[in-house]
Design a protein around this ligand. Structure first.
Ligand code: ZN
Length: 243
């Protein structure tokens, strides 16, 4: 196993292969759209990319040095992650935080990785302000836009990004994660994995104390409703004989 294989992004082997390949060829470019439901590995992929682009060791990322460790924790200054402060990203956030981060020169590291969480939640003014940054990309800066719904992002922004799909997690990956989260019983792991519907965030909720009990109670609900409806059917059955 070479150092380049240390990327740990469960369920996103294809996306990782594309990003690693681009980094190895020096073709990362300046903007990516990570297209997929929230929480399926976008954060880990962005952080591994930051580690790859900034790790000082040969054949990066080593996954073990201080730079890698801080990139993976999200504390290295070459990495910034922007989360909406309300329902939308606001133009003030874009101007005061994002654009300032992109124009600032790095005191440490080689390439800035700037990740916009929920980038499909830009209001119009924010989208216009951000578009200018994408049109005139600063050197050694990579934007990563998490996009759950590409229809919600202006084409002018989307067309300037290289799109990379982050699909929901497949069942075996969810089952392995369920085990890691402490669900010991294989049948319960399978149940939680199926109920998570591809989302590790949902799986985490199910693996929390009481989560599987809640799931069973929720699953039982349609059955209970059917049973409650049944008594009213018997008189109808009686009526049908008189027809
Ligand atoms: Zn390293």
């Amino acid at each position: 196993m070479t150092a380049a294989h240390v990327w740990d992004v469960p369920g996103q082997e294809r996306a990782v292969a594309v990003l690693r390949g681009a980094a190895e060829r020096g073709e990362v470019g300046h903007a990516w759209a990570f297209v997929g439901p929230a929480g399926v590995g976008q954060q880990a992929a962005a952080r591994w990319l930051a580690a790859t682009l900034n790790c000082p060791r040969p054949d990066p990322p080593c996954g073990a040095c201080d730079v890698c460790a801080r990139c993976l924790r999200g504390t290295h200054p070459a990495l910034a992650e922007f989360v909406p402060t309300g329902a939308f990203h606001r133009v003030d956030d874009v101007r005061d935080t994002w654009l300032r981060a992109s124009s600032r020169s790095l005191v440490e590291g080689r390439v800035k990785v700037l990740r916009v969480v929920d980038a499909d939640r830009l209001n119009e003014a924010a989208a216009n302000a951000f578009l200018k940054a994408l049109e005139e990309p600063p050197p050694a800066t990579v934007w990563i836009l998490d996009v759950a719904d590409p229809d919600e992002l202006p084409d002018t922004i989307l067309s300037r990004c290289r799109a990379l799909r982050f699909p929901p997690w497949p069942l075996p990956v969810l089952e392995r994660e369920a085990e890691r989260l402490g669900i010991v019983d294989p049948a319960e792991r399978a149940l939680a994995a199926r109920a998570a519907l591809g989302s590790p965030l949902t799986l985490r909720r199910l693996a929390a104390p009481g989560g599987l009990d809640d799931l069973r109670a929720h699953r039982a609900l349609p059955r209970r409703l059917r049973e409650e409806v049944r008594p009213s059917r018997s008189p109808r059955r009686g009526r049908s004989t008189t027809r």
